[in-house]
Design a protein around this ligand. Sequence first.
Ligand SMILES: [Zn+2]
Length: 212
Amino acid sequence: MRFVITCDDAGHQPPETQSRADGFFESQGVRASFFAVPYGKSGALGEDKRWLAAAHAAEQRGHDFQLHALDHSVFEFGWHPEWMMAILDEETRRRFAEERDEIARGWGREIFGEKLRTAIQVFEDAFGRRPLVFRSGALSQSAELYQALGDVGIPYSSNQVVNPGGWSYIAGNYDLPLDWAPGVPPRPYQVTGQVVEIPMTGAGQAGSAARG
Ligand SMILES: [Zn+2]
């Protein structure tokens, strides 16, 4: 079985941060896959030419970049996993639960398709190629997301976590049993006829490890 290290939220930090991250992995003899956010605080991915140069240099040395969300807003492609929501305070979680029907009005296969097409275009402008893998911001997801991924021709997603125990530690829940999540196979599997999920083995705030 092959393991791949993945790092999320690339694209809107100083170029030195990108170089430090990929340099660290190289020092460990590892090539990483960075999930880049098309629209961030600094505008469209690639508008920061210094960051883009650092990313291209990383690619040249064997690292990979794939697609992460559109602008990484909350509930962008569906609900977030409950174990991930646990990092929020109780009041915020209650408010989101009350507003769920209203939030869901912003979801749909067509809407997601439009968002994904925009995201792919921005990614393509920056990297000169289409992304092969998609990961949502904070893993927000829904059945319509996977339909839309098929519609726009992205064949892989990496949105499921086999063992969410590491995230529970971030939320301060040290007493949770570290059972692997039931229902998430520890290997790539078909989500729809057109999309294969490559699950992460675990997720943490400083990075995550995916299996591929
Ligand atoms: Zn992210």
